[in-house]
Write a protein that binds this ligand. Structure first.
Ligand code: NAD
Length: 413
């Protein structure tokens, strides 16, 4: 991607004006990086949502429902893709064919064929796809990467990695399109793409074989009752998952009235019988380097956060990130660096930074948009990284559904 100079701003268009597009790549991007970028067009199939998003962003860029018409008229240098996961590939490919670079929200896409399509178009057009792996940029992740890279625990031989979504955040995936494999590839793809990418980045190796388990044990058909959506549900007084959309003016404005246009309800029932993704997942992953990973993802916990431990020949790096729990924790992460053979323990505190993902979102935007940024930890992620993490998730899902372990296709550089 061509970096903006002090005088030239990158002309970008935003595609998809849901929560993520409106905040991360609209309002916040213009608030912090407007000397580097200029928002010249906004596209969403739902023009009422786009109109509201434009007001929230504070822009006067023209609105389009037709992506092709927008590209032809505006000829932007950059397209930022914030639509549902299964629609990314079409937009990414068309954007590059029209001469633009792309930032795609994660996951880059949802199937093997779509990965191939995106990577072929990138090669053919000579454009660039960035994938928004903001977790790489979180200060604690960066510190752990430095420790591993500097050999603090010798060669890493295995990783314990467990991610906990609480019954607010976790449930939210079951309210929307994410709850269907055809749109999200399941949470093994939609959510775990972040986690598998972190592993690939920390370990600097490719996953080669995955054994996964996944079951729908709590949401979907497991619920005691159901309705189409919370707002009209007869069970709202007895449901632990009742969501009052009107209590959140931002979400209410962006989704409630615009749902009349496209029938997209932000508060659909988490117990719908046709939900087909697992809510309880584990995977064992073997890397080309020989590292073994034990991974899990749970979506209805009383806590939110994650635990990761790198086990090495000369020690262990361990970190439990607390995001939400019914007790208080300091606004910082504690990394335990434990050295083998009597080397003792070092407690390393990394303060949380302001902004999404404890500062990761801001650091990522700095890296992408500020000219001359030094990517010494190789945090900026392209289409290969986007592909590898999705392939891991697809392999885990296939293994969970069909049994056996699944090999991951090697990807070209
Ligand atoms: N990196 C992160 O931490 C992070 C966090 C949240 C969401 N995301 C990603 O951002 C993306 C958007 O998430 P969201 O929660 O805002 O979704 P959303 O469903 O709230 O919004 C998606 C918007 O895209 C529009 N849309 C659908 N198909 C379209 C098309 N073909 N062309 C134009 N517009 C179209 C919809 O009308 C909707 O307004 C997803 O890929 C998600 O995985 C990433």
């Amino acid at each position: 991607m061509k970096m903006a100079s002090q005088t030239t701003r990158t002309r970008y268009v935003l595609v998809g004006t849901g929560n993520r597009g409106t905040t991360m790549w609209g309002r916040e991007l213009l608030a912090g990086w407007s000397s580097h970028v200029e928002l010249v067009g906004i596209c969403d199939l739902n023009l009422m949502r786009a109109e509201r998003a434009r007001a929230m962003i504070g822009s006067n860029a023209p609105l389009y429902a037709d992506f092709d018409a927008m590209m032809a008229e505006l000829k932007p240098a950059l397209v930022i893709v914030c639509t549902p996961d299964d629609t990314h590939d079409d937009i990414i490919v068309k954007a590059m064919e029209a001469g633009a670079d792309v930032i795609s929200e994660k996951p880059m896409t949802t199937s093997f064929e779509k990965i191939e399509r995106i990577r072929e178009a990138e090669k053919r057009t000579g454009r660039r796809v960035d994938v928004s792996f903001n977790y790489r940029f979180a200060p604690t992740a960066a510190r752990m990467k430095e420790l591993i890279q500097d050999g603090a625990i010798g060669e890493v031989t295995s990783v314990d990695f467990h991610w906990y979504l609480d019954n607010a955040h976790g449930a939210d995936y079951f309210r929307r399109w994410h709850a269907f494999t055809k749109h999200s590839g399941s949470l093994f793809v939609h959510k775990a793409t972040h986690h598998f990418d972190l592993l690939n980045w920390y370990l600097e190796s490719d996953p080669v074989e995955v054994k996964g388990f996944g079951q729908l044990l709590h949401y979907g058909r497991n619920g005691p009752f159901r309705g189409p959506r919370c707002k009209t549900c007869p069970h709202k007084s007895e449901c632990d998952y009742y969501m009052d959309l009107a209590a959140d003016p931002f979400l209410d404005a962006l989704y409630e009235e615009p749902s009349a246009v496209d029938g997209y309800f932000r508060d659909a029932c988490v117990f719908r019988e046709d939900i087909d993704i697992p809510d309880t997942m584990t995977a064992s992953i073997r890397y080309a380097s020989g590292v073994q990973v034990s991974y899990s993802l749970n979506t209805y916990m009383p806590i939110e956060g994650h635990h990761i431990a790198f086990n090495g020949r000369r020690g262990r790096i361990e970190m439990r990130q607390y995001e939400r729990q019914p007790w208080s924790e300091p606004p910082a992460d504690e990394i335990l660096l434990v050295k083998s053979f009597g080397g003792g323990v070092e407690r390393i505190w990394v303060p949380h930074e302001p902004g999404g993902h404890y500062g990761g979102d801001n650091r990522m935007r700095d890296m992408i948009f500020k000219p001359g940024s030094n990517d010494r930890l190789k945090q900026r992620a392209g289409s290969r990284a986007g592909a590898m993490s999705v392939l891991t998730g697809l392999a885990a899902l296939q293994s969970a559904r069909a049994g056996g372990s699944v090999a991951i296709e090697p990807q070209p550089a």
